[in-house]
Design a protein around this ligand. Structure first.
Ligand SMILES: O=P(O)(O)OC[C@H]1O[C@](O)(CO)[C@@H](O)[C@@H]1O
Length: 545
């Protein structure tokens, strides 16, 4: 492999193809190949993935696969699964795939029997969630737990809340979960003000147990609990109502949570990849350990596909390469995630962290600046809500926005004809985006020549359609693993480290430095830039300080 993939002949070939691609239209690609739809459809586990409505020719696909070879994608996949320290800036293995290995698998990394440790924690989580679900685990006053409140942010929040919402059809009717993430006090207030402390269990979820938002929320939640339980409530009550999920036992006990009530994970699990670890405890309590195990098994089937399939039939690799094609070679800036499932209403938000914290990088592994466009902006809303909000811009705007349509043949709740109507929108949209409406069609419908141009849809907007029979825990695991490996593929081609997040770390440090200037009436707000100084002064005066 050449030192920089972007200097390779394979890269140049794709640049050349991109330059002449403006003339290619999906109408022609489908017109000249009646079997394109079937030919460019692949299966990964329970997911049928139709990528035929993407702006690619066979020539481009071949060139993308050659680029993947040049970038050593196969070898990088092997290195990740084997536990090599591919997160070079933190000198860590990247082993979220080990979180879903079956009990009888073998993986020893850095002298650690990874599978045994993973299953030891899963077993403890299972036993604990059984107790909470059955009512055997009681609070300080002897009452059973009715509400589980997860306190965490980023990967310690987005995965659990997304999966909890996605799997609502599988949850216990006796337990509700809530999620506090923002340090905005209104989040804490809204999620607790109508709860009974006696029946509330908090999970303080933080890989580092050093995150300002989470520790502040957890401290205030403990105050709320003790005040609500009244006289006599102290450390014993905290032990009944607070458990922790973290990699840092010292900080957990420093906070006052008994480490007997701590569920651990490891530094080789990145926050945004941590849902299948103990970070998923709230989800396990809601849906039960069996459904959680189904979700892990779903992840694992896609992991195995990614690890073993040749690249030409490797679905995450192909979709990752398509994303590189759009982003780096065709200049697309964003990527829409459009699930036709209300249960997946937090899926795009979840993927934002997964993809943008992973691939929002401009420096390559060797420290040199990337001389090309990397990570896209991921965004989206469930259909059909999105249709009545932003689809107009996708259909007739000036930007290229590749979009993933995710749908299910069977709804979790079937009511009348609703699901068929819902899915008719799903199928109609990808067709309209691809093939549009020509001026001749518009005029033939009787539209006046003055208005006709406004009603023309150029089409040629790329989409990928992902369908499964229904949204089950296993299918959810498959979907998440699919996007994890798409993200990995992109990072590999770009030769960036998809597993650190130094940019976010800077913001955390600066917020901690600024905090005293907001709260103290004596400290002058003068040593920042003129804009920040003025804004802090305004804030302080409005707060009466
Ligand atoms: O789980 P922790 O350590 O509280 O971190 C929360 C989040 O903060 C980040 O470090 C930055 O947003 C994420 O990567 C992580 O998921």
């Amino acid at each position: 492999m050449s030192e920089h993939v972007s200097d390779s002949t394979e890269w140049q070939t794709l640049q050349g193809q991109a330059e002449k691609f403006g003339a290619v239209h999906l109408r022609d690609l489908f017109g000249s190949d009646p079997k394109r739809g079937e030919r460019l459809t692949a299966q990964v586990a329970d997911l049928t993935v139709d990528y035929s409505k993407n702006l690619v020719t066979d020539e481009v696909l071949t060139a993308l696969l050659a680029l993947a070879d040049r970038a050593g994608l196969r070898e990088r996949i092997g290195a990740m699964f084997a536990g090599e320290h591919i997160n070079v800036t933190e000198d860590r293995a990247v082993l979220h795939t080990a979180l879903r290995l079956p009990r009888d698998a073998n993986l020893v990394v850095d002298g650690q029997d990874v599978v045994a440790e993973v299953h030891e924690v899963l077993d403890r989580m299972g036993a604990f969630s059984d107790k909470v679900r059955s009512g055997e685990w009681t609070g300080h006053t002897g009452q059973r737990i009715k509400t589980v409140v997860n306190i965490g942010i980023g990967g310690s929040d987005l995965g659990p809340v997304m999966a909890y919402e996605a799997l609502k059809a599988f949850k216990s009717p006796d337990i509700e979960c809530r999620f506090i993430s923002n340090i905005d006090p209104t989040d804490l207030y809204e999620k607790t003000h109508d709860l009974d402390p006696a029946t509330t269990l908090f999970i303080v979820c933080s890989k580092t147990f050093g995150t300002q938002e989470t520790l502040t929320n957890a401290t205030e939640a403990r105050n709320w609990l003790l005040a609500g339980l009244g006289d006599g409530a102290g450390a014993d009550a905290v032990a009944k109502h607070f458990v922790a999920v973290s990699t840092n036992a010292d900080r957990v006990s420093g906070f006052g949570i008994d480490t007997a009530n701590m569920f651990g994970f490891w530094d080789w699990v990145g926050g945004r990849y941590s849902l299948p670890s103990a970070v998923g405890l709230s989800v396990m309590i809601a849906v039960g350990k069996e459904h959680f195990a189904d979700m892990l098994a779903g992840y694992h089937t896609v992991d195995e596909h990614f690890r073993t399939q040749p690249l030409e039939s490797n679905v995450p690799a192909l979709l990752g390469l398509l994303n590189v094609w759009y982003d780096t070679f065709l200049g697309a800036q964003s990527h829409a995630i459009l699930p036709y499932s209300q249960y997946l209403h937090r899926f795009a938000a979840y993927l934002q962290q997964l993809t943008m914290e992973s691939n929002g990088k401009s420096v390559r592994l060797d420290g040199s600046p990337a001389s090309f466009q990397t990570g896209e902006v991921f965004w989206g809303e469930p259909g059909t809500n999105g249709q009545h909000a932003f689809y107009q811009l996708i259909h007739q705007g000036t930007k290229m926005i590749p979009a993933d349509f995710i749908g299910f043949s069977k709804p979790n709740h079937d009511i009348g004809e609703m699901h068929d109507l819902f899915m008719s929108n799903f199928f109609a949209q990808t067709g309209a985006l691809a093939f549009g409406r020509s001026i001749d069609q518009v005029l033939a419908e009787g539209t006046s020549p003055e208005i006709a141009p406004h009603r023309v849809m150029q089409g040629n907007h790329p989409t990928t359609t992902i369908i499964a029979e229904s949204l089950t825990p296993a299918v959810l695991g498959q979907l998440i693993a699919l996007y994890e490996h798409i993200t990995f593929t992109q990072g590999t081609i770009w030769q960036i480290n998809s597993f650190d997040q130094w940019g976010v770390e800077l913001g955390k440090v600066m917020a901690n430095q600024l905090a005293p200037k907001l709260t103290s009436s004596s400290a002058p707000a003068q040593d920042d830039d003129s804009s920040t100084n003025a804004l802090i002064k305004l804030y302080r005066s409005q707060r009466g300080r």
